[in-house]
Design a protein around this ligand. Sequence first.
Ligand SMILES: [Zn+2]
Length: 155
Amino acid sequence: MALHKPPTVKPAATEERVIRYHIDYSWWEKTGSDLRLFLRSHLCPMHQQLFAEFEGEDQVDWIDQQTAEVRRVDGLEHTLHAHCSRETGYITPNTSLVNAVFRVFLANANQPLTAAELAARIGRSVDTVQGALSGRTIYKGIVPLAEEDDVLGSQ
Ligand SMILES: [Zn+2]
């Protein structure tokens, strides 16, 4: 006779805050860094060439899938998302960790991800990813999502 073992239920996750990261594009403005130049370096070879010949304000409307907010984005961002990030060789073991993480966010339209999710996508250890992203130095605007955003997101 099988004993009905009560399912082992974990106590409702004791408010363990899961940290998700994303690209804070305002960091680029605040630091005066050249986002366009950096974005270009992530293009596939074909688009590298195309954009090299193409100078100008290439802005397109982009609707954020989650907030339905219409954002004026650079055509570069859009190209990266729609094409280059789907090419083979976009993220390789030779891609630096910061670049690889940045490329993941370019590919997924900057949907926030945990260190574990990022690690799985770029093939590095969670500790390595966490270590790089949780230090004092902000790399390429990759930061933890602000807490107030997190609270809103979990309701
Ligand atoms: Zn491309």
